[in-house]
Every structure is written in C-alpha cells, then in structure tokens.
Design a protein around this ligand. Structure first.
Ligand code: GDP
Length: 308
C-alpha cells in the first residue's frame, strides 16, 4: 500500500531540490501535483482540500531558515501535515479504572474483526494483560467457531454462547445463543468472575450498511458500556471506507479506528482520510493474516513511509 502515492510524492518533492528560492508559482505547482497524487490515491476530497490549503499557506509563509533549503522546508511541512491528518500522536487504549476494560469491535463483515480479536488479544498478553474474547457475532454461520479457533491460536480464552456452533440451545451461563446483547453482557460478567482484565467483544458485521446491524451494535454498546469501541475497516475498500466510517460514527459511535489489510495493494486513501473525516484516531494497524502482522498505529512512522 502507498507505493504509488509514495513514488508520486517523492517525485514531486524532489523536483524542488536544487532551487535556491521557491516562488509562489513553484509552490502553487507543487501543491497542484500533491493534490493530484492524493486524489489518485483515493484520499477524500475535503481532506485533500484542507491539506493542500495548509501546505500552501505554510510554504508561502515559511521563513528562510539557515538549516534547511526551501525544498527541504516544503518536505518538512508536508511531513508534519501528513502526521497531522494521520492523527498526530499515537493514541493508546484507555484502560478502565476498575477492570475489566471492555473493548468492542465493530465494522462490516469481512473487515477483519475476528482476525483482529486474536491479534489484539495476543498483543495484550504480551503487554501483561489477561484478555478474554466474547463471541457476539451470532449472525454469520461459523463465526463463533472461527473466533474459538482464533482464540486458541492466540492463547486467549473465548466466551461463547454455545460451544462450537454458536446457534441453538442454551450455552454458558444459560444465555440464549441467539441474543448477542445478552451474550456480551454475560461475557463481561464472566471476565469479571475469572478476573480477566480486558474483554474483547467481537460483533456481527454485514456486507453492507443496514439499520439492524447498527441497532444491534448500539444495543451491545449500551449494554456493556465499553471503554473503547474500535471501528475495524478494510483499507482496501477505498472511498467506501470513509462512507462506512461515517455511518458507524453516526449509528454506533466509536472511540478509535483499526485499519486492516494494509498489506494490500490498494491506493491507501482510506488510511489518510478516516481520521480527518471521523475525528477519531487510528489506533492499530493490521497488515496480514498472521498473529504478528499487527501493531500500534504510529502517525509519524506512516508519514515517513509515505514520503519514502
Ligand atoms: P470479520 O468478518 O470482520 O470478522 O473478518 P475476518 O476476521 O473473518 O476477516 C476476513 C478475511 O480477511 C479473512 O480471510 C482474514 O484472514 C482476512 N484478513 C483479516 N485481516 C487481514 C489483514 O490485515 N491482511 C490480509 N491480507 N488479510 C486479512
């Protein structure tokens, strides 16, 4: 991801090299090219507009500094503004004062929630936590057993309504297997009993946005009062990522974003738009199917990667 954007931006910026002074026309031309590169990378138009306006204003107003030549100064400004749209500082999980900390995962089907549950659980264990996964995706056949497999691989226990199948019958704590809200509530309770300090709730996704999905996610949120609601979004879906993020922000609300499939060859605009559009920070990034293909999201590292 970002290869072509990165190539374009480094190309545009290296054209400035060797210039002793940048005229307003140089800056305007450079900004036009950066704008095109961002739009081609699928970054959403309002985000591009704000970004370019800031670059232009800062580049034209930049004092000539002894340490940096004009081209380096523009690169520095672009870098700082990229870090800005990616959220500035790294945002850590906010832990509950009284455990367990509840983390709810929300997003479309196929976004990578179940995979993420395992990765996040595994990462939390390495941080010294004692996580537990709760299987509340009771919609998709096989989702509960998928989470159980993921949990086993990650070494994280899974609370599920009915071992193996996820449908039919009464399961653990006598919770009806068909009611994700009750399962979520019972899962948090179970974590408290077992003194697990973080609960990760995997919820159902749909292939598209629908009211029922939003309502169910809202109900689970209301019932469990999570410390974090992480919106999981496939970075490969381009502009749709922004539309989906907005719909989840309005319908459920979330406190952070997880970008998945950053290992793909999509153009990456989603990654660059979602923070600015929703106002919520990107907290984690997933870049493959293995447990370790996962990290805390660092805006500065991502900006350096984009600028080559
Ligand atoms: P869910 O429906 O949101 O729970 O999504 P899943 O966790 O089942 O993931 C959907 C598909 O995407 C699965 O085949 C995963 O292996 C795959 N997947 C998840 N995260 C990543 C990632 O970061 N990179 C790649 N390449 N594939 C991923």
């Amino acid at each position: 991801m970002f290869d072509s954007l990165s190539d374009r931006l480094t190309g545009v910026l290296s054209d400035l090299r060797g210039k002793g002074r940048l005229s307003d026309a140089d800056i305007d031309r450079t900004c036009r090219e950066i704008r095109l590169a961002l739009l081609e990378a699928d970054v959403s138009l309002p985000v591009v507009r704000t970004f370019i306006a800031k670059i232009k204003e800062r580049a034209k107003g930049a004092e000539v500094s002894g340490a940096l030549n004009p081209a380096q100064q523009v690169v520095k400004i672009v870098n700082e503004e990229l870090i800005g749209i990616l959220g500035g500082e790294t945002r850590r999980i906010s832990l509950a004062k009284t455990p367990p900390t509840v983390i709810m995962l929300a997003g479309l089907q196929g976004a990578g929630k179940t995979t993420l549950a395992g990765k996040l659980g595994n990462w939390l264990i390495k941080q010294g936590h004692t996580p537990m996964l709760v299987a509340c995706d009771l919609q998709r056949p096989g989702a509960v057993s998928q989470l159980q497999i993921v949990g086993e691989r990650a070494g994280v226990p899974v609370f599920a309504p009915h071992a193996g199948t996820g449908v039919g019958g009464e399961g653990a704590l006598g919770v009806s297997a068909g009611d994700p809200v009750a399962v979520a509530r019972a899962g948090v309770e179970q974590a408290r009993t077992e003194q697990r300090d973080v609960v990760i709730i995997d919820t159902a996704g749909r292939l598209g946005l629908d009211d029922e999905l939003m309502q169910q996610a809202s109900d689970i949120r209301a019932a469990t009062d999570p410390d974090e609601v992480l919106f999981v979004v496939d970075a490969m879906i381009g502009q749709d990522a922004v539309t989906t993020a907005q719909a989840f922000a309005d319908g459920v609300g979330f406190t952070g974003v997880v970008l998945t499939k950053l290992d793909g060859d999509a153009r990456g605009g989603a990654a660059l738009s979602v923070r600015e559009v929703t106002g919520q920070p990107i907290m984690f990034a997933s870049s493959g199917e293995k447990l370790d293909d996962f990290d805390v999201f660092h805006p500065d590292r991502m900006a350096s990667r984009i600028l080559g």
